[in-house]
Design a protein around this ligand. Structure first.
Ligand SMILES: C[S@@+](CC[C@H](N)C(=O)[O-])C[C@H]1O[C@@H](n2cnc3c(N)ncnc32)[C@H](O)[C@@H]1O
Length: 497
């Protein structure tokens, strides 16, 4: 008999906790500690404030303020009116006027860096940095909370105070080997503690918090996975799920200083520093390499889309910021006569070679070591240029010159394909794209853009025709000079014509 399907809502929630929940807490906490919420107009007749004016009032940079405020708009706590700007939603204004409630929020701010030490607290059962972290978790998750002044306040507090703590509970469960142990079988708490080198009391708190997430449950004195968790986290899928957690932790310290990044434009994790970029991108390429096969299925869909617009026979393809090489390889496989150039920095290209060998693509491949912002792409060299998830890694001010060089390198009938997150035209969603964008900001990287923003960059360099398409997981923007016919695809697959 086949296994019953796991509920999509449970999968979505657990993936949110692994990837985005701590970013959400960080945005709300930074908005609060920067005094951004206090500066927003409120009440009847309030005149919205522009981003620039808000940044000036805060003595902060506009890009940082925008990165923090956009998720709050997406969540409905802040209102955005086209052209005029931002104001506080009525419900937010009402609960922020309650001193007892804001005092509860203020108390949470001191815990960000301590929460990162939950693994230590669970192992020792004692305080960390002189603070009773286990007691704090107990009060937040396992004991009755003081009532919030209304459902919106409760929701705000939950995202502000509990979401990052939930993420850390999952990180700790993975780090201690608890999730892998529960894949095997349930066991009494004392047995699990002894096997995993944890303190029974610390482990008890962790198991209890995971129970509030519907991940664990206790039955007849034994702790195990719930049915939902057992379906989602089996021996095959657990490593895939756990892979998101170290990436989340790589940004933890930086998010603890998000307010400082917004106010002072100083970054604790600065990917414009070559050594830091090298470390993070190398980890990234090896993480993507380990899920190469499933990513290849996605990138091949994009190759099919391009193949439906123009022949790929004999096409010269350039993959800029290739990472594991998974996008270029999809075009290499799309026709037996395509030739693909994979451009990235030398240490990242090391991860590409084994994939090309395995797929027997070496003879039709060129590995190009270089900085995509400074290399010479030449004129009319490529039929297809791929920009898979690279735009958010580049400084926004470099994009006009970058697109001008790429447009020059594109042959007549050529296509430029950009993949990754695409924001709504108002930049108020989707939320996961806004959290991804916030991560880019806090690591001094680039920006996530909307289709109108891409068009504003592409039209001046002659790529006057651009459309967005929905692909599994991601979106792509395809652009050309108006000399290629658009494919006939179901309208649901076209994000914006
Ligand atoms: C987020 S990864 C995307 C990897 C791959 N394209 C994918 O979609 O899986 C961004 C890649 O861009 C590369 N990159 C960032 N800045 C670059 C630059 N200035 N020149 C060349 N490559 C760069 C990084 O090394 C990294 O491999």
């Amino acid at each position: 008999m086949s296994k019953p399907a796991v509920s999509p809502a449970f999968v979505q929630q657990l993936n949110f906790l692994a990837r985005d929940a701590s970013n959400e807490s960080a945005a709300l906490q930074a908005a609060f500690s920067l005094g951004l919420l206090d500066k927003l107009p409120r009440g009847p007749g309030a005149v919205p404030v522009s981003l620039e004016a808000l940044a000036r009032q805060l003595g902060a940079n506009a890009r940082g303020v925008r990165a923090v405020i956009e998720p709050l708009v997406g969540l409905g706590f802040v209102r955005l009116e086209e052209v005029r700007g931002y104001s506080l939603a009525d419900a937010t204004a009402a609960f922020l006027a309650q001193d007892a409630f804001t005092a509860r929020l203020r108390d949470v701010l001191a815990w960000w860096h301590v929460v990162a030490k939950l693994p230590e607290a669970v192992r020792t059962g004692g305080p960390v940095d002189g603070r009773d972290l286990l007691g704090w978790y107990r009060a937040l998750f396992l004991e009755p909370s003081p009532p919030a002044p209304g459902p919106e306040a409760e929701d705000f507090h939950d995202r502000f105070a509990r979401n990052f703590a939930r993420t850390q509970a999952l990180v700790t469960a993975a780090e201690l080997g608890l999730l892998a142990r529960l894949v095997e079988s349930s066991a009494p708490k004392a047995t699990l503690a002894a096997e995993l080198g944890a303190h029974p009391e610390g482990l008890g708190v962790l198991l209890g918090v995971l129970a509030t997430l519907d991940v664990t449950r206790e039955e007849d004195g034994r702790w195990g996975f719930t049915e939902s968790a057992a379906r989602m986290l089996d021996a095959t899928s657990l490593p895939y799920f756990q892979r998101a957690l170290p990436a989340t932790m790589a940004y933890w310290e930086a998010f603890g200083h998000l307010d400082e990044a917004v106010r002072e434009h100083r970054f604790r994790l600065d990917l414009r520093q070559p050594e830091t970029a090298r470390r993070i991108y190398q980890e990234n390429a090896s993480r993507i390499s380990s899920i190469f096969a499933s990513h290849l299925r996605l990138s091949r869909k994009a190759a099919e889309l391009v193949g439906s617009m123009r022949s790929l026979a004999g096409a010269r393809v350039l993959d800029v910021g290739t990472g594991s090489g998974v996008w270029g390889a999809a075009f290499g496989l799309a026709a037996t006569t395509t030739h693909v150039t994979y451009l990235d920095s030398p240490h990242v290209l090391d991860a590409v070679r084994p994939h090309l060998t395995k797929l027997k693509l070496e003879a039709r491949s060129r590995l190009w070591e270089g900085d995509c912002l400074t290399v010479d792409y030449g004129e009319a060299e490529y039929d297809v240029i791929l920009l898979p998830q690279i735009i958010p890694a580049l400084p926004p001010e470099a994009l006009p010159g970058f697109f001008a060089k790429l447009a020059r390198a594109l042959r007549p009938g050529g296509l430029l394909l950009i993949s990754g997150y695409l924001l709504t035209d108002r930049r108020d969603g989707p939320l996961d794209a806004l959290y991804f964008s916030l991560r880019r900001y806090v690591s001094n990287e680039g920006d996530v853009l909307s289709l109108p923003e891409f068009r504003a960059l592409l039209t001046p360099v002659g790529l006057s025709s651009a459309r967005g398409f929905d692909m599994p997981i991601q979106q792509v923007v395809v652009a050309h000079r108006g000399d290629v016919a658009w494919p006939v695809v179901p309208s649901a697959a076209v994000t914006a014509a």
